[in-house]
Design a protein around this ligand. Structure first.
Ligand code: NAD
Length: 275
């Protein structure tokens, strides 16, 4: 497993296990499978309603927390300084941890204009030693600029939708300049037609890998942190087995041509739901 050194010196695995839309029951088994398969980072959130299951899996794995890297996120409904502190305590109780590795503001929800205040609560948790690193998710450049102008502790990552159909080169360049890692969510675009792209199929043949492995390897070589999700044991293993080959510059350039600025999720400026 490759690790990336975040801008505060903390080491984060470059590939982790995402658990969005995995219910509290299934999440125990699939997270355990992931840890057994070598994953050391788990990406959950208050909104996923499965933190208790993730916590159970961590305990059952027998791997000490120091060797794992657990991320959670505060949901829009808990934006604001005090509500965020409360959401954090609830997440920690469910996860059964006393210290989190990474805590993120899930969406900027700009209509409500609370993300700066919300991030101040993350800074307090960081200063208090409750969390080893803090960051944001779904932040556009305009949100990042505003945050960087006011914050004391810069975010270590910006977790955004990113895959070959939405390559996010502008945000990536901005984040690189500011020493913030891009973390790709929906890295496989949840499967389907993207696996049928000629370029992806050709590279899968060339390297004797699957389309999913080619796409995940592309994220790694784009210097992104990546958190694919699966509940299927064989795919959980497949998705981490990407560290034994390297795409050439030409292969990377060919995948770059697939960009069509096409999202699965909402644009962050339109994601203002609070419930
Ligand atoms: P993903 O791109 O990881 O796709 C997951 C789906 O792809 C699986 O359900 C399965 O259908 C398919 N798949 C996975 N591995 C496969 C394989 N090897 N072969 C064939 N099909 C395969 O999408 P995601 O779950 O939305 O994103 C990953 C993680 O990112 C989430 O679980 C969550 O932790 C995080 N996330 C964050 C946000 C955010 O707003 N910050 C939003 C969505 C997801």
């Amino acid at each position: 497993m490759l690790y990336k050194t975040l801008n505060n010196g903390v080491e984060m695995p470059q590939l982790g296990f995402g658990v969005y839309k995995v219910d509290e029951e299934d999440v125990v088994e699939s997270t355990l499978k992931a840890i057994e398969s070598g994953y050391r980072a788990i990406d959950t959130a208050q909104y996923y309603h499965n933190e208790r299951g993730v916590g159970e899996a961590i305990k059952a794995s027998g791997i000490p927390h120091e060797d794992l890297f657990i991320t959670s996120k505060v949901w829009n409904s808990h934006q604001g300084y005090n509500k965020t502190l409360q959401a954090f305590e609830e997440s920690m109780e469910k996860l059964g941890l006393d210290r989190l590795d990474l805590y993120l503001v899930h969406w900027p929800a700009p209509e409500h204009d609370l993300y700066i205040e919300t991030y101040e609560a993350l800074e307090k948790l960081y200063k208090d030693g409750r969390v080893r690193a803090i960051g944001v998710s779904n932040f556009e450049i305009e949100h990042l600029k505003r945050l960087l102008d006011t914050c004391e502790i810069p975010p270590v990552v910006n977790q955004i939708e990113c895959h070959p159909y939405l390559q996010q080169h502008e945000i990536k360049a901005f984040c690189k300049e500011k020493d913030i890692f891009v973390e790709s969510w929906g890295p496989l675009r949840r499967g389907g037609s993207i696996f049928e792209e000629d370029t992806i199929k050709r590279l899968a043949q060339k390297y004797e890998k699957t389309p999913a492995q080619i796409i995940l390897r592309w994220h790694i070589q784009e210097n992104a942190i990546v958190i694919p999700k699966s509940v299927t044991p064989s795919r959980i293993k497949e998705n981490i087995n990407i560290f034994d080959f390297t795409l050439t510059n030409d292969d990377m350039a060919d995948i770059r041509l697939l960009d069509r600025n096409e999202r699965m999720g909402k644009h962050p400026n339109e994601m203002n739901i609070m419930e």
